[in-house]
Design a protein around this ligand. Structure first.
Ligand code: 9YT
Length: 131
């Protein structure tokens, strides 16, 4: 059994900050669960275009508020505590922080390795390191 406390991740290589978002990777591929598990903070008023072409992602809001726009349909959905969105079609999207910072809990399949770099579309490249 593993016990992971987010306060022990802050300030380590498992905490990644980029262009106004911060993600704490509580579980990565190397943890052997078959998915990775993250806490992501989206600051109030910030805007992000994400496209996980090679991953499926489920995201559950536990605090704050914001919105997500599906760039395939143009639809925008409000996000508050208790909202989940699942990117089951590798959906390219815009995520916006609302009036308060959003605290999101995320799971990725396949798991993020922690070594991903963004390609020209803002997507993570597929994991090529094997098992
Ligand atoms: C909200 C969201 O898409 N979070 C993703 C986690 C982040 N891209 C990471 O840990 O790399």
């Amino acid at each position: 059994m593993k016990i992971v406390r987010v306060q022990d991740i802050i300030g380590t290589e498992r905490e990644v900050s980029a262009q106004q978002w911060t993600s704490r990777r509580l579980l990565l591929k190397k943890d052997g669960m078959g998915f990775s598990f993250h806490e992501t903070i989206i600051p109030a008023g910030s805007e992000h275009t994400f496209w996980y072409k090679h991953h499926l992602e489920a995201v559950y809001c536990v605090a704050g508020n914001g919105s997500i726009t599906d760039l395939a349909t143009g639809e925008t959905h409000q996000i508050t505590d208790g909202t989940l969105y699942a990117l089951d079609k590798h959906d390219k999207h815009i995520l916006r922080g609302g009036t308060e910072d959003m605290r999101l809990i995320c799971a990725f399949n396949p798991p993020v390795t922690g070594q991903e770099v963004h390609d020209e579309d803002g997507a993570y490249l597929p994991d090529t390191e094997g098992n």
